[in-house]
Design a protein around this ligand. Sequence first.
Ligand code: NDP
Length: 338
Amino acid sequence: GRVLVTGANGYIAVWIVKSLLDAGFAVRGTVRAESKATYLRKLFQSFGDKLEVVVVPDMTKEDAFAEHVQDVDAIAHTASPFHMNAVEPDEIIGPAVAGTLSVLKAAHVHGAVVKRVIVLSSTAALFRTTTEPVVLDESAWNEQAIAEVKEKGRDASAVAKYRASKTLAERAAWEWYEEKKKAGVLGWDLVVLNPPFVYGPILHECDRPENLNQSMRDWYRLIVEGKIDNDTLVTGGAMYVDVRDIAQAHTLALLKPEAGDNRFIISAGPYKWQDFASAAHRFDDKLPAGVTSYDPSKATHLLQYDNRKAIDVLGITYRSIDEVTNDSLQDFKARGWL
Ligand code: NDP
């Protein structure tokens, strides 16, 4: 089969393209400019004409994807703004929602042989801040971020604007999908994948650490450059997944018919930054040791995600903190960034 991958030059997307090509799929990747296609074609040149890269300058335009979906069996939609620079909430929410709907509509109107659409959402779409221990599963929605943005507008925090963009884009996808499904007019089904922070080696075009994508830029700054205080090392953290595992989840979601109509949390588990720092120092003693008295068994993770569903239905396996750390450091070394 052939799969359309939107935003194919992104950190996660390049690993998705690799996972799909390795599994035998043909891939058509979309990028916003021709200049972003060259690197991808070269990276995957051993796959010959199994990879095609096309330019879609503005995914929110009517019929932006029309000619690109006609002969694809599936779509993986990953293109979405991930940054903390939006002033007006709509700068980030607008393209996230419009891009997602544009893909779904194209699949519906022009995707004659499409059987499945995967939307790469985020646990940002189900996250909540909490002062009590809570385990969230796929039934959760991030009402907090939507409320904060509604209430504070441009004064909402940058992270709330990003989280609202992911929540509203995913909600728009399910609402549009359920309505069409009820009308019985769709030839395909929807799968949504919700990863937390994605870390691990990079495969996309990137000339220097300052230009890394949001999540790996944070990881590099905190773990390699050690720009983090001791208190944040042992109390700060979240949930993580290796980039190769979220990529693999996309391939598995295409190979498992029963995945359709589902949302999946794709999370390896919780971390404190010191967990990565300890591993990094063990692999390379030139890197900062951080808080050596830290005991991971005593760390508290108030918010956790239930990751059973993806294990049961998709058969996914998760890389450990040690693997993420070691492979990221090896990658940075090979690039001369460490
Ligand atoms: P990147 O920044 O590396 O990739 C983002 C991709 O989206 C790029 O291809 C980018 O294109 C494209 N894009 C951004 N804004 C627009 C826009 N307005 N119109 C069209 N395309 C756009 O980030 P990631 O790989 O990390 O993120 C990919 C997806 O994964 C996003 O949907 C993100 O929300 C989600 N995600 C990421 C997590 C993480 O920790 N990294 C965690 C959870 C979810 P261009 O290069 O041209 O700007």
